[in-house]
Design a protein around this ligand. Structure first.
Ligand code: HEM
Length: 510
């Protein structure tokens, strides 16, 4: 099989190279005032090196230093413009001159094959349908996030289970426990929580999510997008990946959508899936009203799983890894918890009084930059920026990793130092302080992350609840912590340290 693959690729290679040269040549002639960037050969070389190692974010800073805030890289069939500065990105996606033209998404393998041709929210172009889905999503998230009784009780119970589980262990595989906790919340948010359907769905979420996380890696996506045929080439990882992904998706919907729909009862609100089915039923037949199709509901379910689960779990896993490696930070957090919350139960209302804990969460988002390139945007029509043209069809990619690790903006970007977000009296800098404006972990504008508040408040609740009860120390069971430097973590679309154990010590106050 590998022989056949090599044969096909060898046969196709000359054709592809001729095609690349022709496309690049035609662009050079038609687009004289384009942004600065490397030559075609250098650009492709950087891209291939980054794709091969799956660490493209580590190869781009050099281009950023040489070419500035916007770097145009010509990669085969398309220009990619990497944006290296958070302020410039905000301007490009929010300013009214540009915002209707810079907020589409590129057509990707994932969107076409796995997300029903962009019937969702995350991967769809900016359109009436996308805006409508986003509005619905905001409403639902507000409803559940702010807590209806049943759901809030479920959340408290789930966090209680995690705490009890840790109490029974001297050593815990902490990262896995955190991941399971977030997975359960997302599953329950969708399907309720006390039913067989909900329980069966949880395992399927894991399978689907892991496959998406690998396939969505910018480098894998790009290969599949520029060379879609590789998905059909026998023996390649791309074919295996695509087949497994579609099978996992359909299996997920057997329970998460079809079983929910079959057992749906008017007036019952088991979770977000029921809410969407209810909206679908209500709008049916009433011409003119926005009607959710089955595919839209399934695609939004996938959105929620992909966007909410690994991002939040990885943020928590990264945060605990940092504070286990740096006990002085953990001690300061505990002191703040002790003085503000005391014997009480942590709640969202404590956030404003706990700037140090908030600063640790922000520093985790900066330092780990778990979604290096955010979610790519697409330019709908030519736009003129700074005397240059960014052509229609260009992929606009915010290089979040670089922006969060620029020495000229952060001074010591490779040091985990929450104090950078605090003023001299220990209060959190305002959101419009220059330090905060350099942060862009959740994107900006029309396509910014609608789950930002939900993610931050969940992280706050988990961190404060666990630190109030336990001290977390490096393991003494023969395992070691993974490196705390995110450059050394495995390459996945949402970057996360390897699983790790921690020694768990119950605090005296219990
Ligand atoms: C630490 C956790 C999270 C991080 C770092 C994160 C990051 C992001 C980023 C970078 C984007 C793309 C922004 C852009 O295109 O400019 C995004 C979009 C999105 N996120 Fe999040 N996210 C997190 C948690 C969540 C959660 C908890 C939810 C849902 C409950 C969620 C739902 C979404 C959705 C639906 C979109 C697509 C919005 C659109 O395209 O219009 N995210 N997120």
């Amino acid at each position: 099989m590998e022989g056949a693959t090599i044969y096909i690729l060898t046969f196709l290679a000359p054709l592809v190279i001729i095609y690349i040269v022709l496309v690049a040549w035609s662009r050079r002639r038609s687009d004289q005032r384009s942004l600065p960037g490397p030559s075609l050969v250098e650009g492709v070389k950087v891209f291939l090196k980054g794709s091969y190692t799956s660490k493209l974010h580590l190869y781009l800073p050099d281009l950023a230093r040489r070419y500035g805030e916007l770097v145009r890289v010509n990669v085969v069939l398309r220009d990619i413009v990497f944006v290296n500065d958070a302020l410039v990105f905000r301007h490009l996606v929010r300013d009214k001159t540009f915002r209707e033209l810079t907020n589409d998404r590129p057509s990707t393998f994932m969107r076409t094959f796995c997300f029903y041709n962009g019937q969702d929210m995350v991967l769809a172009d900016l359109s009436q349908q996308q805006r409508q889905l986003r509005k619905i999503f905001h409403l639902l998230l507000k409803f559940y996030g702010e807590g209806i009784g049943k759901f809030e009780e479920l959340m408290t119970r789930t966090l209680g289970e995690l705490t009890r589980d840790l109490k029974n262990k001297e050593h815990s595989e902490l990262s896995t426990s955190l991941k399971t906790y977030i997975r359960n919340i997302v599953g329950y948010l969708l399907t309720g929580g006390d039913t067989e359907i909900a329980r069966t769905t949880l395992g399927k979420i894991d399978v689907f999510n892991d496959l998406v996380n690998n396939s969505l890696l910018f480098e894998n996506e790009s290969i599949l997008q520029f060379f879609p045929f590789v998905r059909f080439v026998p023996g390649t990882r791309f074919k295996r990946m695509a087949n497994a992904l579609l099978a996992a998706r359909d299996d997920l919907h057997e329970t998460c959508f079809y079983a929910m729909k079959k057992t749906y009862a008017v007036g019952e609100r088991r979770g977000i899936v029921d809410d969407m089915i209810a909206m679908q039923e209500e709008a049916r037949g009433k011409g003119g009203e926005f009607e959710l199709s089955d595919e839209m509901i399934k695609a939004v379910i996938q959105d929620i799983i992909v966007a909410a689960y690994l991002t939040t779990a990885s943020t928590l896993s990264s945060l605990f890894l940092q504070i286990i490696s740096k006990p002085e930070i953990q001690t300061k957090m505990y002191q703040e918890i002790h003085s503000v919350i005391g014997d009480g139960q942590p709640s969202f209302n404590h956030r404003q009084q706990m700037p140090y804990t908030e600063a640790v969460i922000l520093e985790t988002l900066r330092y780990s930059s778990i979604v290096s390139f955010l979610v790519p945007h697409l330019v709908r029509e030519d736009i003129h920026y700074d005397d240059c043209v960014i052509s229609k069809g260009t992929m606009l990619v915010m290089n979040g990793w670089y922006s969060h690790h620029r020495a000229d903006k952060w001074g010591d970007p490779d040091v985990f130092r929450p104090e950078r977000f605090l003023d001299s009296s220990g209060q959190l800098h305002d959101p419009d302080h220059p330090v905060r404006l350099n942060m862009i972990p959740f994107g900006s504008g029309y396509r910014s992350c609608p789950g930002e508040t939900f993610a931050k408040s969940r992280a706050f609740l988990v961190v404060t609840t666990l630190l109030k009860n336990f001290e977390f120390l490096p393991p003494e069971n023969g395992t070691v912590l993974p490196p705390s430097d995110p450059c050394l973590w495995p390459s996945t679309a949402v970057r996360c340290p390897d699983n790790y154990f921690a020694k768990v010590v119950l605090r005296d106050t219990n």
